[in-house]
Write a protein that binds this ligand. Structure first.
Ligand SMILES: [Zn+2]
Ligand SMILES: [Zn+2]
Length: 321
């Protein structure tokens, strides 16, 4: 699966980072999913290979503007693109009122079916290739994470074993794959004898703003990938006059190490960490790194990451900004 970071800033956009949005796409799939939709997400999409015509579902983590103010513009551009594929939006309580209000006031006729689902913590939804569970986080408003558990692949044929008995790829392979027994050279072949062991699906959690990553608890254990905010370093946080409900790099690093998370992408970076200041984003990186032994990336806008079936994570591309 591929994750494209469309916005990685916390609270407000900067010249280097737009506000929160991230796209998720599975291998050989003709659609993609969007997690959060901060202002100008549609502009970021234009810089990528993603198209609104293939956008299937949007998930909103919480009702802070930097995570959903991009929705009205994106929804009306989708119509102008003559992208009439139905769209679903999952969000916390309040998302329906916001969208009804903006769309009613602009007398917007979308021309496609828009379904809005307001979720609650611990609900589970079924998608084509995965189950998605909503998990509660700790933040100044209700905030949520989405735990994605991909289906295992159970219909892989043991081609080597079939070739050994002289059966080359043919229609019979398809029949075995469907679970039907077939006759080959007078012998009955049972599907269970010619299938490979199931390949387990990948597990990913995409979290919204959250002051305590440990509230995810056991869901983190052995997780393939966590996408989580790391808004401040511990030192910067300790010097804040007014405390905010965000995670520090230190707390995040300790938590993912404790729960053996295999890969971490940290995002939602406070604007103070930028290439023009003497507090670069490497401060966040180094603080997590000093505590966490798994694979670590700090997301930048328009970075594309690929999580392999074997659980390895790589940055494969960065689109031009
Ligand atoms: Zn935020
Ligand atoms: Zn927030």
């Amino acid at each position: 699966m591929e994750l494209t970071f469309l916005g990685t800033s916390a609270g407000k956009p900067t010249k280097e980072r737009n506000v929160s949005a991230m796209a998720l796409q599975f291998e050989q799939d003709n659609k993609w999913y969007l997690f959060d939709c901060g202002e100008a997400t549609q502009h970021q999409i234009l810089r990528s290979r993603l198209s609104l015509g293939r956008l299937d579902t949007i998930f909103i983590t919480h009702m802070h503007g930097d995570h959903y103010y991009g929705l009205p513009g994106l929804l009306s551009s989708k119509k102008l693109d003559t992208a009439f594929r139905p769209l679903r939006i999952y969000g916390p309580k309040g998302i329906k009122k916001f969208l009804d209000c903006t769309l009613d006031h602009s007398l917007e006729n979308l021309g496609y079916v828009l379904t809005i689902i307001e979720f609650e913590a611990d609900e589970t939804y079924r998608f084509d290739r995965f189950d998605l569970k909503v998990l509660a986080l700790e933040h100044s408003v209700e905030s949520f994470a989405f735990s994605i558990k991909e289906d295992a692949i159970t219909n892989k044929i043991n081609e080597k074993k079939l070739r050994e008995i002289g059966l080359e790829p043919s229609r019979l392979y398809g029949e075995l794959q469907k679970g039907h027994s077939v006759t080959f050279q007078g012998k009955l072949l049972e599907p269970r004898e010619y299938m490979l062991e199931p390949i387990p699906g990948r597990s990913v959690i995409i979290a919204g703003d959250n002051s305590r990553p440990d509230v995810l608890g056991a869901s983190l254990e052995g997780l393939d990938l966590l996408v989580h905010e790391a808004t401040y370093t511990q030192e910067a946080y300790d010097h804040l006059a007014v405390k905010v409900m965000h995670t520090t790099a230190k707390v995040l690093g300790e938590t993912v190490e404790r729960y053996h998370v295999k890969n971490l992408i940290a995002t939602h970076i406070n604007p103070r960490y930028n290439t023009k200041s003497d507090t670069g984003v490497e401060l966040i990186h180094d603080e997590i790194r000093s505590l966490y032994t798994g694979r670590l990336f700090i997301a930048n806008d328009l970075d594309v990451y690929r999580l392999g079936r074997d659980g390895t994570l790589k940055r494969v591309h960065t689109y031009k900004r």
